[in-house]
Design a protein around this ligand. Structure first.
Ligand code: FAD
Length: 320
Protein backbone atom coordinates (compact mmCIF):
# COMPACT_ATOMS: atom_id res chain seq x y z
CA UNK A 1 0.00 0.00 0.00
CA UNK A 2 1.16 3.66 -0.03
CA UNK A 3 2.34 6.38 2.30
CA UNK A 4 0.23 9.41 3.17
CA UNK A 5 3.00 11.62 1.78
CA UNK A 6 2.89 9.69 -1.52
CA UNK A 7 -0.87 10.26 -1.72
CA UNK A 8 -0.30 13.98 -1.16
CA UNK A 9 2.39 14.08 -3.84
CA UNK A 10 0.18 12.13 -6.28
CA UNK A 11 -2.66 14.65 -5.78
CA UNK A 12 -0.37 17.33 -7.36
CA UNK A 13 -1.75 20.21 -5.31
CA UNK A 14 -5.39 19.07 -5.35
CA UNK A 15 -6.92 18.84 -1.88
CA UNK A 16 -7.55 15.27 -0.67
CA UNK A 17 -10.61 14.17 1.31
CA UNK A 18 -9.62 12.15 4.38
CA UNK A 19 -11.36 10.92 7.49
CA UNK A 20 -10.72 9.70 11.01
CA UNK A 21 -12.92 7.05 12.58
CA UNK A 22 -13.14 5.66 16.10
CA UNK A 23 -13.57 1.95 16.92
CA UNK A 24 -17.06 1.03 18.17
CA UNK A 25 -17.60 1.10 21.93
CA UNK A 26 -17.46 -2.49 23.19
CA UNK A 27 -20.96 -3.94 23.46
CA UNK A 28 -22.71 -0.98 21.85
CA UNK A 29 -22.07 -1.37 18.15
CA UNK A 30 -20.63 -3.80 15.64
CA UNK A 31 -17.95 -3.60 12.98
CA UNK A 32 -20.72 -4.18 10.42
CA UNK A 33 -22.32 -0.91 11.50
CA UNK A 34 -18.97 0.86 11.34
CA UNK A 35 -18.34 -0.39 7.80
CA UNK A 36 -21.87 0.76 6.81
CA UNK A 37 -21.00 4.22 8.09
CA UNK A 38 -17.71 4.40 6.19
CA UNK A 39 -19.22 3.13 2.93
CA UNK A 40 -21.01 6.33 1.78
CA UNK A 41 -17.86 8.38 2.42
CA UNK A 42 -15.96 6.25 -0.12
CA UNK A 43 -17.75 8.29 -2.84
CA UNK A 44 -15.16 11.01 -2.15
CA UNK A 45 -12.19 8.64 -2.50
CA UNK A 46 -10.29 9.06 0.75
CA UNK A 47 -6.86 7.57 0.01
CA UNK A 48 -6.28 7.01 3.72
CA UNK A 49 -8.42 6.57 6.82
CA UNK A 50 -7.18 7.20 10.35
CA UNK A 51 -8.30 4.85 13.11
CA UNK A 52 -7.95 6.16 16.66
CA UNK A 53 -6.48 4.13 19.51
CA UNK A 54 -8.16 4.11 22.91
CA UNK A 55 -6.09 3.21 25.88
CA UNK A 56 -7.05 1.38 29.03
CA UNK A 57 -9.06 2.94 31.82
CA UNK A 58 -9.71 1.91 35.38
CA UNK A 59 -13.29 1.61 36.62
CA UNK A 60 -14.97 0.36 39.78
CA UNK A 61 -17.18 -2.61 38.95
CA UNK A 62 -19.95 -4.19 41.04
CA UNK A 63 -19.09 -7.85 41.54
CA UNK A 64 -21.57 -10.79 41.72
CA UNK A 65 -20.67 -11.30 45.42
CA UNK A 66 -21.93 -7.77 46.18
CA UNK A 67 -18.42 -6.35 46.52
CA UNK A 68 -16.68 -3.79 44.32
CA UNK A 69 -13.45 -4.19 42.41
CA UNK A 70 -11.25 -1.88 40.37
CA UNK A 71 -10.89 -3.35 36.88
CA UNK A 72 -8.87 -2.36 33.84
CA UNK A 73 -10.86 -2.15 30.62
CA UNK A 74 -10.59 -0.76 27.11
CA UNK A 75 -13.92 0.61 25.96
CA UNK A 76 -12.96 0.89 22.31
CA UNK A 77 -10.54 -1.89 21.42
CA UNK A 78 -9.96 -3.11 17.87
CA UNK A 79 -7.84 -0.43 16.18
CA UNK A 80 -5.60 -2.92 14.40
CA UNK A 81 -8.44 -5.25 13.38
CA UNK A 82 -10.38 -2.31 11.96
CA UNK A 83 -7.30 -1.17 10.02
CA UNK A 84 -7.00 -4.62 8.49
CA UNK A 85 -10.75 -4.66 7.65
CA UNK A 86 -10.46 -1.24 5.97
CA UNK A 87 -7.58 -2.41 3.79
CA UNK A 88 -9.41 -5.48 2.64
CA UNK A 89 -12.89 -4.07 2.32
CA UNK A 90 -12.08 -0.68 0.77
CA UNK A 91 -8.52 -1.04 -0.56
CA UNK A 92 -7.65 2.17 1.26
CA UNK A 93 -4.56 2.85 3.38
CA UNK A 94 -5.38 2.72 7.07
CA UNK A 95 -3.48 4.95 9.48
CA UNK A 96 -3.55 3.38 12.93
CA UNK A 97 -2.88 5.72 15.83
CA UNK A 98 -0.09 4.41 18.04
CA UNK A 99 0.24 5.74 21.59
CA UNK A 100 2.98 6.07 24.18
CA UNK A 101 0.40 5.64 26.95
CA UNK A 102 -0.16 2.19 28.38
CA UNK A 103 2.69 0.62 26.44
CA UNK A 104 6.25 -0.39 27.26
CA UNK A 105 8.81 0.17 24.52
CA UNK A 106 8.76 -3.59 23.92
CA UNK A 107 4.94 -3.54 23.50
CA UNK A 108 5.35 -0.67 21.04
CA UNK A 109 7.96 -2.50 18.98
CA UNK A 110 5.84 -5.68 18.87
CA UNK A 111 2.79 -3.67 17.77
CA UNK A 112 4.76 -1.95 15.03
CA UNK A 113 5.97 -5.31 13.71
CA UNK A 114 2.35 -6.51 13.55
CA UNK A 115 1.44 -3.40 11.57
CA UNK A 116 4.40 -3.87 9.23
CA UNK A 117 3.57 -7.53 8.62
CA UNK A 118 -0.05 -6.56 7.86
CA UNK A 119 1.28 -4.30 5.09
CA UNK A 120 0.41 -1.05 6.88
CA UNK A 121 2.72 1.78 5.80
CA UNK A 122 1.51 4.68 7.92
CA UNK A 123 1.22 5.39 11.63
CA UNK A 124 0.13 8.40 13.61
CA UNK A 125 2.54 8.67 16.57
CA UNK A 126 0.94 10.20 19.67
CA UNK A 127 1.49 10.45 23.37
CA UNK A 128 -2.17 9.65 23.93
CA UNK A 129 -4.81 10.89 26.30
CA UNK A 130 -4.50 10.58 30.06
CA UNK A 131 -5.87 7.25 31.36
CA UNK A 132 -9.13 7.73 33.25
CA UNK A 133 -9.62 8.47 36.15
CA UNK A 134 -6.19 10.09 36.53
CA UNK A 135 -5.46 13.72 35.69
CA UNK A 136 -1.77 13.57 34.81
CA UNK A 137 -0.16 11.62 32.01
CA UNK A 138 2.22 8.99 33.30
CA UNK A 139 4.14 6.70 31.00
CA UNK A 140 4.04 3.00 31.76
CA UNK A 141 7.29 1.86 33.41
CA UNK A 142 9.65 1.32 30.47
CA UNK A 143 7.42 3.24 28.06
CA UNK A 144 7.76 6.50 26.15
CA UNK A 145 6.78 9.72 27.93
CA UNK A 146 6.49 11.99 24.88
CA UNK A 147 5.49 11.50 21.25
CA UNK A 148 8.98 12.67 20.18
CA UNK A 149 10.50 9.57 21.87
CA UNK A 150 8.00 7.31 20.09
CA UNK A 151 8.84 8.98 16.76
CA UNK A 152 12.57 8.37 17.35
CA UNK A 153 11.79 4.72 18.11
CA UNK A 154 9.79 4.31 14.87
CA UNK A 155 12.47 6.14 12.89
CA UNK A 156 15.11 3.76 14.30
CA UNK A 157 12.98 0.78 13.27
CA UNK A 158 12.73 2.31 9.80
CA UNK A 159 16.52 2.01 9.71
CA UNK A 160 16.50 -1.59 10.94
CA UNK A 161 17.60 -0.61 14.47
CA UNK A 162 15.40 -2.34 17.01
CA UNK A 163 15.50 -2.10 20.80
CA UNK A 164 17.78 -5.10 21.26
CA UNK A 165 18.52 -6.31 17.71
CA UNK A 166 19.55 -4.97 14.31
CA UNK A 167 18.14 -6.08 10.97
CA UNK A 168 20.74 -8.31 9.32
CA UNK A 169 19.06 -8.03 5.92
CA UNK A 170 17.59 -5.21 3.91
CA UNK A 171 14.00 -5.68 4.97
CA UNK A 172 12.63 -3.65 7.83
CA UNK A 173 9.63 -1.41 8.48
CA UNK A 174 9.40 1.83 6.55
CA UNK A 175 6.56 3.74 8.14
CA UNK A 176 5.39 7.17 7.08
CA UNK A 177 5.00 8.94 10.44
CA UNK A 178 2.28 11.47 11.24
CA UNK A 179 2.05 13.52 14.42
CA UNK A 180 -0.30 15.93 16.16
CA UNK A 181 -0.06 19.71 16.42
CA UNK A 182 -2.20 22.30 18.13
CA UNK A 183 -2.70 25.65 16.37
CA UNK A 184 -4.27 26.90 19.62
CA UNK A 185 -1.57 25.26 21.84
CA UNK A 186 -1.71 21.91 23.65
CA UNK A 187 -3.68 22.33 26.86
CA UNK A 188 -0.84 21.27 29.15
CA UNK A 189 1.80 23.56 27.65
CA UNK A 190 2.63 26.73 29.59
CA UNK A 191 2.71 28.78 26.39
CA UNK A 192 2.32 28.49 22.62
CA UNK A 193 6.07 29.03 22.17
CA UNK A 194 6.99 26.20 24.55
CA UNK A 195 4.56 23.85 22.81
CA UNK A 196 5.96 24.93 19.44
CA UNK A 197 9.50 24.12 20.58
CA UNK A 198 8.38 20.56 21.35
CA UNK A 199 6.57 20.31 18.02
CA UNK A 200 9.85 21.23 16.34
CA UNK A 201 11.50 18.45 18.34
CA UNK A 202 8.96 15.96 16.93
CA UNK A 203 9.59 17.16 13.40
CA UNK A 204 13.36 16.89 13.88
CA UNK A 205 12.87 13.37 15.29
CA UNK A 206 11.38 12.31 11.94
CA UNK A 207 7.76 13.33 11.44
CA UNK A 208 6.69 13.12 7.80
CA UNK A 209 3.48 15.09 8.17
CA UNK A 210 1.30 16.80 10.75
CA UNK A 211 -2.45 16.67 11.44
CA UNK A 212 -3.84 19.51 13.52
CA UNK A 213 -6.29 19.51 16.36
CA UNK A 214 -9.76 20.66 15.28
CA UNK A 215 -10.34 24.42 14.98
CA UNK A 216 -13.32 26.53 13.98
CA UNK A 217 -11.44 29.70 13.16
CA UNK A 218 -9.30 29.34 10.03
CA UNK A 219 -7.08 32.23 11.11
CA UNK A 220 -5.68 30.00 13.88
CA UNK A 221 -4.62 27.37 11.32
CA UNK A 222 -3.32 29.83 8.75
CA UNK A 223 -1.15 31.75 11.20
CA UNK A 224 0.10 28.44 12.63
CA UNK A 225 1.16 27.22 9.17
CA UNK A 226 2.90 30.55 8.50
CA UNK A 227 4.78 30.26 11.81
CA UNK A 228 5.81 26.66 10.95
CA UNK A 229 7.12 27.70 7.53
CA UNK A 230 9.00 30.66 9.02
CA UNK A 231 10.63 28.31 11.56
CA UNK A 232 11.70 25.76 8.95
CA UNK A 233 8.91 23.18 9.39
CA UNK A 234 8.22 22.28 5.78
CA UNK A 235 6.30 19.01 5.99
CA UNK A 236 2.58 18.86 5.03
CA UNK A 237 0.23 20.27 7.70
CA UNK A 238 -3.22 18.73 7.33
CA UNK A 239 -6.08 20.64 8.97
CA UNK A 240 -8.33 18.55 11.22
CA UNK A 241 -12.01 19.54 11.02
CA UNK A 242 -15.09 18.69 13.00
CA UNK A 243 -18.56 19.57 11.86
CA UNK A 244 -20.48 20.97 14.79
CA UNK A 245 -23.61 18.82 15.00
CA UNK A 246 -25.48 19.65 18.22
CA UNK A 247 -26.06 22.64 20.46
CA UNK A 248 -24.29 20.88 23.33
CA UNK A 249 -21.09 20.60 21.29
CA UNK A 250 -20.72 24.38 21.62
CA UNK A 251 -19.63 23.69 25.21
CA UNK A 252 -18.24 20.15 24.96
CA UNK A 253 -15.80 20.63 22.07
CA UNK A 254 -13.89 23.56 23.64
CA UNK A 255 -13.83 21.65 26.95
CA UNK A 256 -12.44 18.49 25.42
CA UNK A 257 -10.27 19.86 22.63
CA UNK A 258 -9.37 23.36 23.87
CA UNK A 259 -10.45 25.06 20.65
CA UNK A 260 -11.91 28.53 20.38
CA UNK A 261 -15.55 28.90 19.24
CA UNK A 262 -15.82 32.07 17.13
CA UNK A 263 -18.53 34.46 18.41
CA UNK A 264 -20.47 34.35 15.10
CA UNK A 265 -20.75 30.56 15.22
CA UNK A 266 -21.57 30.56 18.93
CA UNK A 267 -24.32 33.17 18.55
CA UNK A 268 -25.85 31.47 15.53
CA UNK A 269 -25.96 28.05 17.21
CA UNK A 270 -27.28 29.48 20.48
CA UNK A 271 -30.10 31.08 18.50
CA UNK A 272 -30.95 27.83 16.68
CA UNK A 273 -34.39 26.47 17.60
CA UNK A 274 -33.27 22.82 17.85
CA UNK A 275 -30.40 20.45 17.11
CA UNK A 276 -31.45 20.03 13.48
CA UNK A 277 -31.13 23.79 12.97
CA UNK A 278 -27.83 23.80 14.90
CA UNK A 279 -26.49 21.04 12.63
CA UNK A 280 -27.39 23.03 9.52
CA UNK A 281 -25.43 25.99 10.89
CA UNK A 282 -22.50 23.69 11.74
CA UNK A 283 -22.47 22.21 8.23
CA UNK A 284 -22.62 25.64 6.61
CA UNK A 285 -19.79 26.90 8.83
CA UNK A 286 -17.60 23.93 7.95
CA UNK A 287 -18.33 24.29 4.21
CA UNK A 288 -17.09 27.88 4.40
CA UNK A 289 -14.02 26.81 6.38
CA UNK A 290 -13.25 24.15 3.77
CA UNK A 291 -13.64 26.53 0.82
CA UNK A 292 -11.20 28.98 2.39
CA UNK A 293 -8.73 26.25 3.38
CA UNK A 294 -8.84 24.79 -0.12
CA UNK A 295 -8.01 28.22 -1.56
CA UNK A 296 -5.14 28.44 0.92
CA UNK A 297 -3.80 25.22 -0.66
CA UNK A 298 -4.16 22.65 2.12
CA UNK A 299 -2.97 19.13 1.18
CA UNK A 300 -6.08 17.46 2.63
CA UNK A 301 -9.22 18.21 4.57
CA UNK A 302 -9.28 15.69 7.39
CA UNK A 303 -12.63 15.12 9.07
CA UNK A 304 -13.04 13.92 12.64
CA UNK A 305 -16.17 11.92 11.85
CA UNK A 306 -16.45 10.18 15.24
CA UNK A 307 -17.72 7.35 12.99
CA UNK A 308 -20.86 9.30 12.03
CA UNK A 309 -20.90 10.10 8.34
CA UNK A 310 -23.95 12.32 7.79
CA UNK A 311 -22.51 15.76 8.56
CA UNK A 312 -19.15 14.99 6.90
CA UNK A 313 -21.04 13.87 3.78
CA UNK A 314 -23.09 17.07 3.75
CA UNK A 315 -19.85 19.09 3.71
CA UNK A 316 -17.98 16.84 1.27
CA UNK A 317 -20.81 17.09 -1.29
CA UNK A 318 -20.22 20.84 -1.49
CA UNK A 319 -16.42 20.68 -1.57
CA UNK A 320 -15.23 17.65 -3.54
P1 FAD B 1 3.29 15.31 22.75
O1 FAD B 1 3.75 15.83 21.46
O2 FAD B 1 4.17 14.35 23.49
O3 FAD B 1 3.02 16.58 23.70
C1 FAD B 1 2.30 16.43 24.93
C2 FAD B 1 2.58 17.63 25.82
O4 FAD B 1 3.93 17.55 26.32
C3 FAD B 1 2.49 18.99 25.13
O5 FAD B 1 2.01 19.91 26.08
C4 FAD B 1 3.94 19.31 24.77
O6 FAD B 1 4.17 20.71 24.69
C5 FAD B 1 4.69 18.68 25.93
N1 FAD B 1 6.01 18.14 25.58
C6 FAD B 1 6.35 17.48 24.46
N2 FAD B 1 7.64 17.09 24.52
C7 FAD B 1 8.12 17.49 25.73
C8 FAD B 1 9.37 17.37 26.41
N3 FAD B 1 10.40 16.74 25.84
N4 FAD B 1 9.49 17.91 27.66
C9 FAD B 1 8.45 18.56 28.25
N5 FAD B 1 7.24 18.70 27.65
C10 FAD B 1 7.07 18.17 26.41
N6 FAD B 1 -5.40 10.53 21.78
C11 FAD B 1 -5.62 9.20 21.97
O7 FAD B 1 -5.60 8.72 23.12
N7 FAD B 1 -5.86 8.38 20.89
C12 FAD B 1 -5.87 8.83 19.62
O8 FAD B 1 -6.09 8.06 18.68
C13 FAD B 1 -5.63 10.23 19.39
N8 FAD B 1 -5.59 10.74 18.13
C14 FAD B 1 -5.28 12.08 17.94
C15 FAD B 1 -5.17 12.60 16.64
C16 FAD B 1 -4.87 13.94 16.43
C17 FAD B 1 -4.74 14.48 15.03
C18 FAD B 1 -4.70 14.81 17.55
C19 FAD B 1 -4.42 16.27 17.34
C20 FAD B 1 -4.79 14.30 18.85
C21 FAD B 1 -5.08 12.94 19.06
N9 FAD B 1 -5.15 12.39 20.34
C22 FAD B 1 -5.40 11.05 20.53
C23 FAD B 1 -5.00 13.25 21.52
C24 FAD B 1 -3.53 13.32 21.99
O9 FAD B 1 -3.07 12.05 22.36
C25 FAD B 1 -3.48 14.27 23.18
O10 FAD B 1 -3.74 15.60 22.74
C26 FAD B 1 -2.25 14.21 24.04
O11 FAD B 1 -2.53 14.94 25.23
C27 FAD B 1 -0.98 14.79 23.40
O12 FAD B 1 -0.49 14.00 22.41
P2 FAD B 1 0.75 14.47 21.49
O13 FAD B 1 1.12 13.34 20.65
O14 FAD B 1 0.46 15.77 20.88
O15 FAD B 1 1.86 14.64 22.68
Amino acid sequence: MSKVTDHIAAAKGETIFSIEIIPPAKGSNSITELVKDIEPMMEFNPPFIDVTYHREEYIIKDMPDGGKKEVRTRKRPGTIGICSAIMHKFDVDPVPHVLCGGMTKEDTEDLLFDLDYLGIDNVMALRGDIAKPFNVFKAKKGGHQYASELITHIKDMNEGKYLYEEASFDSHPDFCIGGAAYPEKHYEAASFDIDFKFLKKKVDAGLDYIVTQMFFNNEKYISFVKKCRAEGINIPIIPGLKVLATKRQLEILPELFFCDMPADLRNAVQGAKDNKAAREIGVEWCINQCKELKNFGVPALHFYTMSKSNTTLAVAREIF
